[in-house]
Design a protein around this ligand. Structure first.
Ligand code: ACO
Length: 386
């Protein structure tokens, strides 16, 4: 039996801050309304040069640096995201290229805000069976690009960011002890992002799709109701599955959607609010990225200790929800500035290698006489006149 241990973690938040007061200048709302209804004070926004993959890269590079694992040792990369650059290539494949993780398989996972839990569960199970040994799991989002900035019911909630963990197989018991994953597709219309390509789900109806274009559509009250019912249940279920009781749990790291949802869960489980780690006041709801970002902050604040039992709980579009219990048994080794520089140099080399491969492909295509994509486009322009 192999155990999947978290051996490194990292997060990246874009620099640009959007405060509640900034939002009050954009839509009919106020700092007071947003803070009392959600607990959010500000969120981060990606700049025009940043994409989901670049945020994912920064978080993954930090997690790998902490774990002292080289990208070439990584077997599997999973990026949980609702805001990929493309349908394909996946954001995970872009990340694989940026990292120079030459021996890794890579794919994206779509489970909205529960994506990180799903990715953790899949990777931990792959490690437990011996199929892979080292995995990089990332939650990364640029939600600002799919937010309707005129809809005050949703634009106040979301932010951009990325968080990552490195999982490694070990014979030492611990790491990811149990996970539970759930879905209820009958509630899919409560929280959705239509891709605008005409693949209408018949029972949602065309008026539903026409009305919602390609920005987040949400029935806030119904999602709130759903979240408050599944979060406590899911936590209890996963703790029992891990063979523990609530007294054994040191800290719960929930999806950072709304302070009131977390308060409700604490009350229902008869737990003190301090058992839940919260940083949504600074970053808002970053969907699949929120749990690993919160984990990083909890580590930074000294809230994680060896042998602590942590619970992660996520919920969101799908509808999906899920939880994980993780035994925390790592003290990160210090990283020297020299080593940090060396790792950065490796990523620059990985970019250069990627460019060389692209050039080599073009050169080989030219030698073989097959048209390059640019030549094909030129040909396509010519044909009608010929
Ligand atoms: N500023 C001021 N007033 C507002 C705003 C705003 N930003 N948004 C809505 N209102 C108004 C509404 O128009 C409504 O006015 P009315 O009574 O005159 O009609 C009133 O406030 C109450 O609206 P509700 O939607 O009922 O407000 P509610 O208390 O439910 O709070 C909120 C809304 C914060 C969105 C809440 O429902 C919520 O947090 N739901 C869960 C959302 C969530 O967590 N989603 C993410 C899930 S994870 C994922 O997968 C993305």
């Amino acid at each position: 039996m192999r155990y999947a241990h978290i051996v490194g973690w990292g997060c990246y938040l874009p620099e640009q801050v959007l405060t509640n007061d900034d939002l009050a200048g954009m839509v009919d709302t106020s700092n007071e309304w947003i803070y009392t209804r959600t607990g959010i004070r500000e969120r981060r926004l990606a700049n025009e040069k940043e994409t989901t993959a670049t945020l994912a890269f920064e978080a993954a590079a930090r997690a790998l640096a902490m774990s002292k694992i080289n990208p070439t040792q990584v077997d599997l990369i999973i990026v949980a995201t609702s805001t990929p650059e493309f349908v394909f290539p996946s954001t995970a494949s872009l990340l694989q290229d940026y990292l120079g993780a030459r021996k890794a398989g890579a794919f994206d996972l779509s489970a909205a805000c529960t994506g990180f839990i799903y990715a953790l569960s899949l990777a931990a199970n792959s490690i437990a069976t011996g199929a892979v040994d080292t995995a990089v799991i990332v939650g990364a989002e640029t939600l600002s690009r799919i937010t309707d900035w005129q809809d005050r019911g949703t634009c106040i909630l979301f932010g951009d960011g990325a968080g990552a963990v490195v999982l490694k197989g070990s014979d030492i018991p611990g790491g990811v002890l149990a996970t539970t994953l759930r879905s209820d597709g009958s509630g899919g219309n409560l929280l959705s992002l239509y891709n605008g390509r005409g693949n209408a789900v018949p029972h949602y109806g065309t008026s539903y799709l026409n009305g919602h274009k390609s920005t987040i559509h949400m029935n806030g009250r119904q999602v709130f109701r759903f979240a408050t019912s599944v979060v406590p249940e899911s936590i209890e279920e996963v703790v029992e599955k891990a063979g523990l009781t609530m007294d054994d749990v040191s800290l719960i790291v929930p999806h950072q959607a709304n302070q009131r949802i977390i308060d409700h869960a604490a009350k229902k489980l008869k737990l003190p609010p301090e058992k839940f780690f919260i940083n949504l006041d600074r970053f808002g709801n970053t969907s699949a990225a929120s749990i690993p970002i919160a984990l990083c902050d909890a580590a930074k604040e000294g809230k994680l200790h060896p042998d602590d039992n942590l619970v992660f709980v996520g919920f969101g579009g799908g509808l999906t929800w899920g939880s994980a219990v993780v035994k925390w048994n790592v003290t990160p080794p210090p990283i020297s500035p020299m080593r940090r520089q060396w790792r950065r140099a490796r990523y620059v080399a990985a970019r250069a290698r990627s460019r060389v491969r692209q050039l080599a492909r073009r050169l080989l295509a030219w030698i073989a006489g097959s048209p390059t994509p640019d030549a094909r486009l030129k040909d396509a322009d010519k044909r009608p006149e010929e």
